[in-house]
Design a protein. Structure first.
Length: 404
């Protein structure tokens, strides 16, 4: 029998809570409000069918060959052109999903024990990408507008970077205001603290576009991550990062060691799909769909949770709502009971880097389920909560009787 000796970093690798929960949603009859999956109704399948045929017919050999690690030149130019500040295409690195961008950042910037600042709560996938490099994650106090500047300043000493999602944050759905962005950008620059700005949801605004990215305010102090998963299709596994020229070569070298390059066939197809302003016509249809579904979820929560001391946000874009249930409820323990009633969600505690997550919190995705499914799912969630509260109240009475 062979004994395998694991690297110390392997001990830092843990299964994704989200991925484990997604397995539950494969069960028949489960309405999932859990995974951050874009609605398949938004996938431009016919456009990709046409693009696939065009790419193969016009330059099939090149589309199926090895390619440059930096990415396909026309796609890098397209990324530079669509960003709201002056970007040199030479600073754009095409990645295999924006999750790979997080992995590259971790490999290039984190040593064991490095202090890495994150929001409270933060994106679980980022914590998972960072953890094999053995950082010390530090949660920065946050409110409805994002990180609190005073706490950011207090914790910035010797930190390698701060990781932020200013737009429609995962998991909370919150958006950083213009005033907060200006203050955070100024504070980070003064502290010589790099910012990793993750913006996979920024195009999914409902009524008005969010303020300028943090990176636009200080390009040399930020690495910007973006994705085509939410505006085209996640199965493409196509993202990008924009990095200062001082650090770009090391990020490129890290990518070369991982996969040589992002699939060139996919990149060429996306360029073909995006020509003639396709995104400017397509993305508004996504926004309209998601806004209807957000409104449906907000209405269902208001209706079904009446009298239950449940609070939630109504985000101005993105894919997620964040809810807090009554005192004493643990959403990790509530989840299997909700699944029995046919609804799945993501417990909030794993999104806290310091291990002190609020057990009453949960994340709800409103973009994959239909309006009718949202109504059914929220009613089932409310019934589960009422049953748990009744059980807890009865147990409390029993304890009190036993103590007398």
């Amino acid at each position: 029998m062979t004994t395998w000796k694991m690297a110390a970093r392997a001990e830092k690798m843990n299964p994704s809570v989200l991925r484990e929960i997604l397995k539950v949603t494969d069960q028949p009859g489960i309405i999932s409000l859990a995974g951050g999956l874009p609605s398949p109704k938004t996938f431009p399948i016919s456009a990709f069918a046409d693009a696939c045929a065009h790419v193969l017919a016009n330059d099939g050999a090149a589309a199926l060959q090895y390619a440059a690690s930096e990415g396909y030149g026309p796609l890098r130019q397209a990324v530079a052109d669509m960003l709201p500040w002056n970007v040199d295409p030479a600073q754009v690195l095409i990645t295999t999903g924006s999750q790979q961008g997080l992995d590259l950042v971790a490999k290039v910037l984190i040593d064991p024990g490095s202090r890495v600042l994150v929001e409270t709560p933060t994106y679980l996938g980022a914590l998972q990408a960072f953890s094999p490099m053995e950082p010390t994650p530090v949660s920065v106090a946050s409110d409805d507008e994002g990180v609190i500047v005073d706490d950011l300043i207090a914790k910035s000493k010797d930190a390698r970077f701060i990781y932020l999602l200013p737009n429609f944050q995962n998991p909370t759905g919150r958006t950083m205001s213009e005033a907060r962005r200006a203050a955070v950008s100024a504070a980070a620059a003064a502290a010589n603290l790099p910012i990793i700005e993750d913006n996979p949801y920024g195009d999914l605004w409902f009524d008005e576009a969010p303020p300028l990215p943090l990176t636009a305010r200080n390009p040399d102090g930020c690495i910007y991550l973006g994705s085509f998963s939410k505006v085209l299709a996640p199965g493409l596994r196509l993202g990008f990062l924009v990095a200062p020229k001082a650090i770009y070569p090391k990020l490129l070298q890290a990518k070369q060691a991982v996969d040589l390059h992002t699939p060139i066939f996919t990149q060429r197809m996306v360029v073909e799909v995006m020509k003639d302003g396709f995104l400017s016509r397509h993305v508004p249809t996504i926004r309209a769909l998601y806004k209807r579904q957000r409104d449906a979820m907000a209405a269902a929560l208001t209706r079904e949770m009446e009298g239950l001391d449940v609070t939630f946000n109504a985000p101005i874009g993105g894919m997620f709502m964040w809810a807090r249930l009554p005192e004493g409820i643990d959403t990790v323990k509530l989840l299997p009971k909700a699944v029995e009633r046919g609804v799945a969600f993501v417990p909030g505690a794993p999104f806290y880097a310091d291990g002190q997550g609020d057990p009453r919190t949960l994340r709800l995705s409103f973009v994959t389920a239909s309006v009718e499914e949202i109504d059914t799912a929220i009613a089932a969630l409310a019934a589960t909560l009422r049953e748990q509260l009744a059980h807890d109240a009865a147990a409390k009475v029993q304890r009190e009787l036993a103590a007398t």
